[in-house]
Every structure is written in C-alpha cells, then in structure tokens.
Design a protein around this ligand. Sequence first.
Ligand code: FUB
Length: 441
Amino acid sequence: MRRLSFILLLISGICAAQNPIIHDQFTADPTARVFNGKVYLFASHDIRSEKNPRGLDWFCMEDYHVFSSDNLVDWTDHGVILKQEDVPWGNPAAYSMWAPDCVEKNGKYYFYFPDAPKNSRGGFAVGVAVADKPEGPYVPQEQQVAGVGGIDPCVLQCSNGDAYLIWSGGGLRAAKLKENMLEIEGQSVDLAAGLPAGFKEGPFAFERNGKFYLTYPYQFDGANNSPEALVYAMSDQPLGPYEYKGVIMPESPVGCWTNHHSFVQFNGEWYLFYHHNDYSPDFDKNRSARIDRVTFNPDGTIQQVVPTWRGVGLSRADRFVEVDRYSTAENATLEFVNPDRRFDGWFIRYAGQARSTYDDVDFNGVKAKKMTLRMRSSSGGSLRVKVGDKTIGEITVPGQTGEWTDFTMPVKGKIAGVQDLAFELTGGSVDLDRVIFGGKK
Ligand code: FUB
C-alpha cells in the first residue's frame, strides 16, 4: 500500500509549495488575512486577454479568486469570488479589478476592490462586496464607496475597534470607516504628508504593540517609474503623522516594476506577502504571490526582508521537494522545465564544483529508505546528497541521458525530524528537477 501511494505521488504531481506559492495562475497584489485559524489570500488575478484592447501589454484583470491555507504551504483555491460583470456600478469590460483587501467585522466579511466605474474615462473607484464566509459568496454593493476615488484599498483595523480605509488615488488617502464598513466618515486626509516623495501605490497598514505601521511601494526616483521598493513609516496614531523608517524590501533585481504586499501574523510569526514576476520574466504585468518571514527589532522597527525562492513552511520529504526553490546555491542556475508551460516550474543546473541547499524538509513519519531524484545530464556528473553534513547518497549520472529520468537510490542511515538538504556536484554538469523520499530500499 505504501509502495502504491509512493508511486501515485510520483505520477500525480502533488508538490509542496515554495515561492511563488500558487502554481497554476497569476496572483498579484496579495493581501493575506487570518480568519478562523486559517490564512486567506485575496489577490489580483493577472491574465492576458485579447478581448481587452490593453490586455496584452498592460495590467489586465477580470475577477478575483480567494485561496486559503492552514500551513502556508498547501493552498486551496476557492474559485472566483467576484467578477467584473457582477459589479453593478462597474464597467463590465474594463479588466480593472486591481489590488483588493478583505476584513471581518461582526461575522461579516467585507471585500474591498478597485474597479473602473461605468462611463468613466480611465478613472477608478472602490467598491465593497459582503459575505458571510471568507470564501464567499460575496454580494457587491449597488454603488461604489462615496468619496473614495482611486485604487488599492486597504483597511487598517485598530485594536480599539475603529477601522480606516486607506487607498491610493491623488496621493495616499485615508478616512475612517463608519460602523457599517461601507461608508467613510467625513473627508479623507493625506497620509503622505511629511513623508519623503516617492509614494507610488498599494498601501498596507496595521497596528502592532500600540504602534501603527504604514507600509507602501516606493520609487526612489520620486514616483517616476523606477521599480518599486517596499518601505514603511510608523506613527502613534492611525491617521498619522507618520515618520519614515526605511526599506522593507529593495527593488526587484530583474526590474519587475511593481511590488505589492501585506503583513500578517499567523501562529505567532509575522510574514510578508508580496509579488514578483517569477512565472513571467519577460512581462512584468503577470505576477505571482510569494511569502517570506518578517522580523521586528525590539524597538518595533522592521528588518529588511530578503526575498527567497525557498519561501516559508515545511516541505514534506514524501512529497516532491522542488529543490530548484533553493535556500542557497553556488555555481547553479535556474531554468524553466518547459519554457512553453512555465507553471510547470524550474529545474536547477549544476556545473563544475556546484552546491545548493534546501532547508526545512519534514521527515516526520516518513520511512526514508530510498530517494528518487529526477535528473538529466549531457556531460555526466556525480551528485552527492547530504542531510546537514552527513552524506546520505551519491549517484553518478551518465552523460547523454536525454529526457528527464528518475534515479532511485538507497538512503544511507536513518533520517528523522526536520532537516536541511544539500546537493553537491564535484564536476561535470547535472540538471535536477526534484527529489522525493520514501518506500523500501
Ligand atoms: O495590480 C495592478 C496594480 O499594480 C496594483 O493596483 C498596484 O498596487 C500594482 O501592484
């Protein structure tokens, strides 16, 4: 039976998630919220569509999905929760369903989203759709939120029960939400007052230990179209004044123009959700959500977050471990397994004296008697697999393997607990796609 399930896993392609976290569609502008002990991910859904005149060269979104996870690794797609045709006040063909947010109050879920109003010429407004469950169904309000023009709504929920709507439009605006969460009270204020020039869009605000954090995409060229860094400011009051504190994440190393993010605390740890054009290196309007861990300093300031491939969470040893999402690598490069089907993911190419590591593999409950590595090689090479400093197997991959081949070898010694893997090539060149442990010798 165990042998059968091992074979089924090999065939079915179930795999543990790393960065990016969603593997079958684009997921931009990720806002993560914790509801009922699970993390829910509300994201923009980038597509390419010829039905939209700008659908091949600009942002193009027609609907929203919601995803949930109880371990930040396995994500369930609950499907479409709102589409442009459903919005009574929206232009059903605008493809302008940009960055959303969702919060809970008194057992109702309020989903805030930007859209282009009917008959508008390029403008945006913000709407709310309400549900009884985070997964929906969401019912959009008849009208947009009065007094709010712009994009990227985010709700700051304060520990005293107050809530503020913050958005990007004519600068960085904020207003208190009425008890009904559907309307703002009075006039909005400018939250960027006193902050360095360069705020672009996509604000996300939260309260932690009595301090308010305003985090946002920022352009070091003064909002003149350079790639966005994520930065933050802090205040003792939800509506400021905010004091600039520094960079959370620098600009994309490959020039992805936008970044958009959220902070969430889950099971005692803080995480940054953000996006990058991983599956679409040649078109940065097709983005994918990622997660990395956040560390706060004792004085409440935020340490810079280093974007990783590895992401967060444990990878089970008896499911495919996509080792190309490495923790560290030397003399190793990444390529798409199939450039025409990029959601199939990547492989790692080792050349010469090469090494990569992959942290946090969970062997609990896994009889790791053998491991199967999907590899290929043109010149041949010998690959050593280690757990920590201990070699658990070594295999010589012949040259001219052609297609991907599963190489199975026994595991030396007993492996238990959560372990870091290392792969070392001593010469030649080998491509490695993934590894899985289990079964009998
Ligand atoms: O996704 C469209 C826009 O790109 C968002 O509204 C911005 O925050 C940026 O991520």
